[in-house]
Design a protein. Sequence first.
Length: 292
Amino acid sequence: LLGGGTGFVGTALTQLLRSRGHEVTHVSRQGGKDRISWEELSHSGLPMCDAVVNLAGENVLNPFRRWGDTFCKEVISSRVETTKTLAKAIAHAEQPPRVWVLVTGVGYYRPSSTAEYTEDSPGGDFDFFSRLVSSWEAAAVIPGSPARNVVVRSGVVLGRGGGAVSQMLWPFRLGLGGPLGSGFQPFPWIHIRDLAGIVCHALESECLQGILNGVSPSSPATSNGTFAQELAAALRRPALLPVPAWAVRAVFGAERAVMLLEGQKVVPKYTLQSGYRFIFPDLSGALKDIVA
């Protein structure tokens, strides 16, 4: 059962799971073939399933939405309330699923140009986004549940046809791309096939539980400037025009701009220890796959 299964990551995960012989039902706004609505889930409870995943969440970096109280509430509700709804359904299920996976974000960790964070590192209590991740993850906790609980903290998701790259492609294709702000800020990233792969690995590995960082192994060494250069190189274009910090703040608002102008060096320590093998461990290979 997949919450948020029709979005960018959900579509990739659904394809991967079905290719591996799993049946997938989506929870979405409307019911239909292979899907149930959130309302139906609240009223009728959890349908029979072995596993539940929540990927639901309003796109925080939607440039067409002004950052204010209304949008903040939608961002929180689309993550925390959907997670609460699924957790409650699992808690009350006569036959609970074997595993319950939630995908959150590396915004849990405090931005820093020097600190490196593993899954054990503290965070979650210094700004809007870190507190959002804390309440989001807290909503997934089901005391006494027999279901294994795994949380995947995702970096910036790179993939074809959506995510961060889709918003950047045109300026870069026109030779107008460049780093954001100083360009020195860390850029924690992951290829969409690896994020889907980690979730699938968490579902299929019977003894895996706890936090997994959903970032590429080379992500701690990637800065925003490096990303801009690699994307330009993959497109055979220059990356000479940095976007000044004030312009990023003007478009996204100061609170949201932090996500783009600052970053975290995040290490997928337990993800690697758990036996997951990355398809795209390095940035140039990931970007060549996406823009090819």
